[in-house]
Design a protein around this ligand. Structure first.
Ligand SMILES: Nc1ncnc2c1ncn2[C@@H]1O[C@H](COP(=O)(O)OP(=O)(O)OP(=O)(O)O)[C@@H](O)[C@H]1O
Ligand SMILES: [Mg+2]
Length: 306
């Protein structure tokens, strides 16, 4: 059974796309068949896995408008054997407007991915920074929502609006939609502000909070310009290890095998990481080679602070 997970937060720049790309790549690395769906007209998840948007002639827009099937627009094996992509381009802006008058406008994405979703263990969907029709389509198509929260002032502002939208979708289109988890991003354990945000989020969301947190790490910010997920850019970086920890926690949460908080952690889901090619076919033609010197810019906290 596949699990479809929306990466959603209408706030801009909180780490949705970084999470979608790197969670998808980490799941693929631990050999879960994973489909990354780019539902944002900015197309950052598409370029972030090495697909130049200018070369995409069939995109999610065509699948939502019933012009192509999801199988026809899908790109396979994006640098990792278990990682496929439904790409997006700027065209998707048009879908937001053009779908308004169409029947079943909120469930187009669900219908589009239905024929292929069971080929995957996980379908990870990157949302745009709004609560418009595209995000409604993603929430209607999803089994769960993962909410990235950036550790900054007003981090929780707008969360109640997002949760109201989740409730609306549950009532109208998708009763089984769940909040799968909340992930702290750009965490810096040296800052009181980050610790305060972590504490507030923990009080608000309880055990929905992922125990793994994503530290601020310059390698995560650099990787998209090389068209690579962090695991194919700098596997030693604290960013790579953190997203792998999130993927392993997600798998355990889905399996119901996450030990109670405070108990000894189980060993990693899969201990052996694959050989990472120094250059993979997914990188854009002129992309420079990634550097080898792993210099993390913030220490990864061992565990989410409480
Ligand atoms: N953990 C991190 N450490 C350092 N930089 C990060 C981290 N996570 C994300 N970034 C950077 O922060 C910026 C915003 O991240 P990202 O694009 O993932 O956010 P987003 O929520 O998808 O944005 P949008 O709302 O525009 O879609 C990007 O430049 C990204 O490279
Ligand atoms: Mg984004």
């Amino acid at each position: 059974m596949s699990r479809v997970i929306a990466i959603a937060n209408q706030k801009g720049g909180v780490g949705k796309t970084t999470t979608a790309i790197n969670l998808a790549a980490s799941l693929a690395t631990i050999e879960r068949r994973t489909l990354l769906v780019d539902a944002d007209p900015q197309g950052n998840a598409t370029s972030g896995v090495g697909v130049a948007k200018a070369t995409v002639d069939r995109s999610l827009y065509d699948a939502l408008m019933d012009e192509r099937s999801a199988g026809e627009i899908r790109l396979r094996e994006l640098g990792l054997p278990c990682l496929d992509l439904l790409p997006a381009t700027q065209d998707l802006v048009g879908a937001e407007v053009e779908l308004v008058d169409r029947p079943g406008r909120e469930t187009r994405l669900r219908d589009a991915i239905a024929p292929i979703r069971d080929e995957y263990d996980y379908v990870i969907i990157d949302c745009p920074p709004s609560l418009g029709l595209l995000t409604l389509n993603v929430l209607a198509a999803a089994d769960g929502v993962l909410i990235p929260i950036q550790c900054e002032y007003y981090a929780l502002e707008g969360i109640s609006q997002l949760l109201n939208t989740v409730r609306l979708v549950q009532q109208n289109f998708n009763p089984a939609l769940a909040v799968d988890g909340v992930l702290l991003t750009m965490y810096d354990s040296r800052l009181n502000l980050c610790r305060q945000v972590a504490q507030d989020a923990k009080e608000y969301f309880g055990d929905k909070m992922f125990r793994a947190v994503i530290p601020r790490n310059v390698r995560l910010a650099e990787a998209p310009s090389f068209g690579r997920p962090i695991l194919l850019y700098d596997i030693q970086s604290v960013g790579a290890r953190s997203y792998l920890a999130v993927a392993q926690e997600l798998v355990r949460r889905s399996d119901g095998t996450l030990p109670p908080e405070g108990e000894a952690e189980a060993p990693p889901v899969e201990a052996a990481l694959p050989e990472v090619p120094s250059s993979n076919g997914a990188a854009p033609p002129n992309a420079p080679s990634p550097p080898n010197d792993a210099v993390p810019d913030a220490a990864a906290p061992e565990e989410a602070p409480r």
